[in-house]
Design a binder for this molecule. Structure first.
Ligand code: ASP
Length: 440
């Protein structure tokens, strides 16, 4: 059985829902995971923001506009009066529910319930549309099986047991429709896997049922060898390993949620990125191993803050780094890159929620310098130990870009450099021209 996930733009209009319905109706058993129609989750966030600020009328206006849009979708989606009626009734129920929050106190828990409606709508509309076309399918609510634990990590055992139970229910068809993103938490409340989490849902579902393949359908023909939004003439990569894909996803390639690699890798399930606009395209295949190539791709992550801690106490001392890392652990802030010398350590973070507290706690260990507005440029390739020349080629390609930090040797797949945000484009373009294109 395959798991196919379709992103927001792939189901972004009645026409796009028709195309996806056509794609998934080939008679083969599959689980189809849907995002909310594009823009919906952002609008639900906007509604929640109004409710937090107690701007009731503003919230009602945004709800009203979204509702009107969905009535239009319903009339364009269905062919028969009966289904147009059924669709409208369903939309009305959802929006009555959304309006019920306007006169209540609003907490994060309610926000989660509000955000869940986007995926509930897209999957229900798809379920009805397939039904109208006479295509047997079963809608399974992710709230019946998808769950995170107290640390907000997926509860693998619960997910597997409950999903399998749902799938085994008598009368369940071989075409399953379910929601991405939404889940319940350890207390049974509605929660989610964080923004962009539908890919993660698909990977967790795929791992739970030991799927034959997990397909992530978007609007681009796979992972590109550089960021097409920044650099011209990028090319799709046909094959990546789990590690390479994880590095690219984490360091900015927006096509895949970084967390989604881990469940697939754990169960060794191939992940294929496919293009809804060009379904015959082979896309990018991600498996345990991939054909070696010197340099495969470049990605970049903006909004990075670099922190340097300079201290003569570090000289020949042990335990210094542990103390520094403990500060970040205490403030639940992940570190991305590290570079050390005998008298200083530099590291980068992308979450600055607790920056002031972190800096305050670090001050007792040395002099602190902070550089904001930096970017990590990540070069993914085959940097296996013992290979010569490749590191030099990367640095040569970056000869005209000021580098703040370099990380090499952390893994065999990656060299990362830290640059000022304003130099990011040049770094990425130079790497494309001097390395990627030269390799072709
Ligand atoms: N709809 C959610 C979001 O926009 C989840 C997803 O699309 O992956 O973040």
């Amino acid at each position: 059985m395959k798991v196919l996930k379709f992103g927001g733009t792939s189901v972004g209009s009645a026409e796009r829902i028709h195309s996806v319905a056509h794609l998934i109706s080939d008679g083969l058993p599959k689980i189809v995971v849907l995002s909310a129609m594009s823009g919906t989750t952002n609008t639900l966030v906007e509604i929640s923001d109004c409710l937090y600020r107690n701007k009731k009328q503003e919230a009602l206006n945004v709800i009203q506009n979204l509702e009107v849009n969905y009535y239009i979708v319903v009339t364009e989606l269905f062919k028969t009066e009966a289904y147009i009626h059924k669709g409208k009734e369903f939309i009305q129920t959802i929006f009555t529910y959304l309006r019920s929050f306007v006169n209540k106190d609003f907490y994060p828990l309610q926000e989660k319930a509000v955000l869940a409606q986007g995926e509930i709508i897209s999957t229900t509309l798809m379920h009805y549309y397939l039904e109208e076309c006479g295509i047997a399918n079963t809608l399974i609510s992710a709230l019946e099986y998808m769950r995170i634990d107290k640390d907000c990590e997926p509860d693998y055992f619960y997910i597997q047991q409950n999903l399998r139970r749902e799938l085994a229910k008598p009368g369940t068809h071989e075409l399953i429709i379910t929601q991405g993103f939404i889940c319940r938490n350890a207390y049974g409340e509605i929660d989610n896997l964080k923004r962009g989490g539908s890919d993660y849902s698909a990977a967790l579902i795929g791992a739970s049922i030991k799927a034959e393949e997990i397909q992530i359908w978007t609007d681009i023909d796979g992972f590109h060898n550089n960021d097409p939004r920044i650099v011209e003439n990028t090319k799709a990569i046909r094959h990546l390993s789990f590690e390479e894909a994880a590095e690219l996803a984490y360091f900015g390639a927006k096509i895949l949620h970084p967390s989604s690699i881990q469940p697939a890798k754990k169960e060794n399930i191939p992940v294929r990125l496919k293009n809804t606009l060009c379904p015959q395209d082979e896309g990018t295949l991600i498996t345990q191993n991939s054909p070696a190539k010197n340099i495969k791709a470049v990605a970049a992550k903006s909004g990075i803050t670099a922190i340097k801690i300079k201290s003569s106490n570090m000289l020949l001392a042990y335990g210094f780094l542990r103390k520094v890392f403990e500060v970040f652990e205490a403030w639940k802030t992940p570190i991305d890159m590290i570079a050390t010398s005998e008298v200083a350590v530099s590291l980068t973070i992308d979450c600055t929620d607790h920056l002031e507290n972190i800096l305050h706690d670090l001050e007792k260990y040395g002099t602190i310098e902070v550089d904001r507005n930096m970017a990590i440029v990540c070069i993914v390739g085959d940097f296996a130990a013992g290979k010569t020349g490749l590191g030099a080629q990367v640095l040569n390609a970056l000869a005209n870009v000021p580098l703040r930090m370099i990380s090499y040797g952390g893994s065999e797949h990656n060299i990362s450099v830290l640059v000022q945000e304003e130099d990011k484009k040049k770094a990425m373009t130079d790497l494309s021209h001097k390395l990627l294109d030269a390799q072709e």
